[in-house]
Design a protein around this ligand. Structure first.
Ligand code: ATP
Length: 321
């Protein structure tokens, strides 16, 4: 029987995309695909090209070379933009309108019902403040109003530029819960962020940009495997007993002693079990052992740090290539 291979086309598909401003390459030969219902974090230094990439996907700016398709269409030629939502880094609304007036205004533009406005104001925790003028809102409240506006009309694609910069920790948690619900409903999400420790577990995949080029993209685990960085092992002992750990370490192992009962050292992933076995033979004095895999901050420095310019060759480092 003939095997028919049916592959679902990517929801966002960028092929050899370049964008330059005068001599400056803001985006340089970039290939990237994002599937429907997938979430991707876009990280990179200031000026790496994150916002430019979002603008290209939105069709707000045109590529100089390459092709971009969103849901099979060229973004700049799409007449129906209601299903694509964008939350910019700085949300600015007319100060003299109330939260409810504003969300109602945008709802009319998108053809949404008033009940949708009330639901979203409630979702972002602004029901009580909805009758206040936006000029009296805090930065975080404006950001939440922006999120409510973004979610109007249940978009298929949400692009967010530094979305949590004005939110306190509990609101950030709520914010990601809301996005998770959208994703479960099939929304594709792209988040540009500098908050690496926050974003590392919040998206399916992570893409690292450097000087307009895609250094690597993949899941956190794929990035960890590609980087092959050491894990950190942190051992807490009873007071004054860190030497029982130091004695088990190879002489060349450098360690960090934070106080008289906590020591931390790096260990290659392949040596982890052997090191833990050695520690487990210690009869007494150990209170706790933590194994800390490389964080996104470490991976980012590895792949995009100044010292690692050879990482700009994606063939070496891209687990999906
Ligand atoms: P940040 O993290 O600081 O927001 P970014 O990764 O979003 O940075 P972009 O805003 O995409 O970076 O900018 C990429 C490069 O393109 C930067 O060097 C920027 O100066 C340049 N650039 C962006 N927009 C324009 C423009 N309209 N005219 C000229 N240069 C621009």
């Amino acid at each position: 029987m003939e095997h028919v291979n049916i592959t679902t086309p990517a929801f966002i598909d960028l092929h050899s995309v370049s964008k330059h401003y005068r001599q400056h390459h803001a985006i340089d030969s970039l290939d990237l695909s994002i599937n429907k219902g997938e979430s991707l974090a876009l990280i990179g230094h200031n000026g790496a090209g994150k916002t430019t990439l979002l603008k290209l996907i939105l069709g707000l700016t045109l590529p100089d070379a390459g092709s971009i398709k969103v849901n099979g269409l060229v973004p700049s030629q799409t007449s129906d933009r209601k299903k694509i939502a964008f939350l910019p880094e700085i949300v600015s609304f007319p100060a003299s309108m109330t939260g409810r007036e504003l969300i109602t205004f945008y709802a009319r533009l998108k053809g949404c019902k008033q009940s949708e406005c009330n639901r979203l104001l409630n979702l972002v925790g602004l029901t009580d403040a909805a009758s206040r003028k936006v000029g009296t809102y805090s930065k975080g409240m404006r950001q939440r109003l922006g999120l409510a506006q973004t979610l109007l009309g249940k978009p298929d694609l949400i692009l967010l530029d530094e979305p949590t910069s004005g939110l306190d920790p509990s609101l950030r948690k709520q914010f990601y819960n809301i996005l998770e619900d959208c994703k479960s409903a099939g929304t594709t999400i792209l988040i540009s962020s500098h908050a690496l420790s926050e974003i590392e577990t919040k998206t399916d995949r992570i893409a690292i940009l450097k000087q307009g080029r895609l250094v690597i993209h993949g899941t956190l685990d794929e990035l960890r495997n590609a980087a092959d960085l050491s894990v950190q092992i942190r051992v807490s002992t009873q007071s004054g007993q860190t030497s029982i750990i130091i004695d088990t370490l190879e002489p060349e192992t450098s360690y960090r002693k934070y106080n008289d009962h906590c020591i931390e050292f790096d260990c290659h992933r392949d040596d982890k079990l052997r090191v833990l076995q050695n520690i487990s033979k210690i009869p007494s004095g150990i209170v706790d052992i933590e194994i800390l895999p490389p964080r996104l901050d470490d991976l980012y420095i590895h792949f995009a740090g100044e010292e690692n310019d050879e990482s700009l060759n994606p063939q070496l480092t891209n687990p999906r290539s």
